[in-house]
Design a protein around this ligand. Structure first.
Ligand SMILES: [Zn+2]
Length: 310
């Protein structure tokens, strides 16, 4: 099954999935880019749904402005299925003194497990269980650029503990796509096989040879850097994806927008919005590779990754 904000569904019912967006996110790293307005985030979600996306992961982990009940309301009103996330981001997203930073790996693992099995906690009071809250369907950890700090290591260990307890899938934020094999090594030592892991932002290092090696190791490859041509144009990402698929990685590719900033959300007055991925990028992929690869990347692969049996 896949655990969504509105309950568990069969993996076959997930549909076309954007593996990485945010409906709510507040981080000291992104001042002025808060996603904190239920009406506006709801309108953005409705536009994503109207552009042809059936489901998304809200990839905001603990302590960064999540609102699980609001996500459930948005999901109900738009018809967009949403998978909620537990776990924690990389250290830089948390202000000094944040309660998560003082928790050891075992306590983090208990918190993440509870959010998968009991309900997502109020982000302002993570200590309080909420048995009737929507539950998370995905674990997340994050690291720095070629750097796994003390807190990030504890989060990886806590995520592994929660995975061992539940079987839930794992997303890892790789800063600029770095340290992918190192993260897979840490998680593997903790009992998380690579085929239960998606490496977010691997396309920030658009190297199809590397991506094919990661896919051969079993890991899912999260491509989510479209509409950022200050780094490189979408054509680089498209070519990398096509080449990685040719090299054998087609069953490991995932697409997301990770737009993540209110200045990029149409409903908050910015652009290009979450609909950029289905409206601009997916048609280019379909013209280049045909509907078969689009189906694997948008439907089959996310359903396989997000499927778990508690
Ligand atoms: Zn993100």
């Amino acid at each position: 099954m896949i655990r969504t904000a509105l309950g568990d569904i069969a993996a076959a019912d997930l549909g076309r999935t954007d593996y990485h967006e945010h409906l709510f996110q507040v981080s000291p790293l992104l001042p002025g880019d808060e996603l904190d307005d239920e009406q506006r985030s709801g309108r953005e979600a409705a536009r994503l749904r109207a552009a042809g996306i059936d489901a998304m992961v809200d990839a905001t982990p603990a302590g960064l402005g999540r609102d699980a009940e609001a996500v459930a309301r948005i999901s109900r009103s738009t018809g967009l299925r949403v998978v909620l996330t537990t776990g924690a981001h990389r250290r830089a997203h948390y202000r000094d003194g944040h309660p998560l930073l003082g928790m050891d790996a075992a306590a983090l693992g208990r918190l993440f497990t509870a959010e998968l099995t009991e309900g997502v906690r109020d982000d302002a009071a993570l200590a309080a269980p909420r048995p009737h809250a929507p539950r998370a369907g995905l674990l997340k950890a994050g690291i720095g650029y070629w750097s796994i700090g003390d807190f990030e290591r504890r989060v990886l260990d806590g995520v592994a503990q929660a995975h061992r307890a539940t079987g839930a899938p794992v997303m890892v934020h790789l800063e600029h796509g770095s340290a992918a094999f190192e993260v897979l090594g840490v998680l593997g030592d903790g009992g998380v096989p690579a085929h239960r892991v998606v490496l977010a932002h691997v396309d920030r290092n658009p190297d199809p040879g590397l991506h094919a090696e990661l896919a051969a190791a079993g890991a899912y490859l999260g491509y989510d850097g479209m509409a950022r041509h200050k780094s490189w144009p979408d054509s680089v990402i498209l070519d990398c994806l096509l080449r990685t698929a040719e090299l054998g990685g087609a069953d490991r590719l995932l697409l997301g927008g990770d737009v993540a900033r209110r200045t990029r959300y149409l409903a908050y007055g910015g652009m290009p919005g979450l609909e950029y991925l289905p409206a601009r990028f997916v048609p280019r992929l379909e013209r280049a590779a045909g509907p078969g690869l689009v189906r694997r990347v948008l439907v089959d692969n996310p359903a396989r990754l997000l499927d778990w049996t508690p």
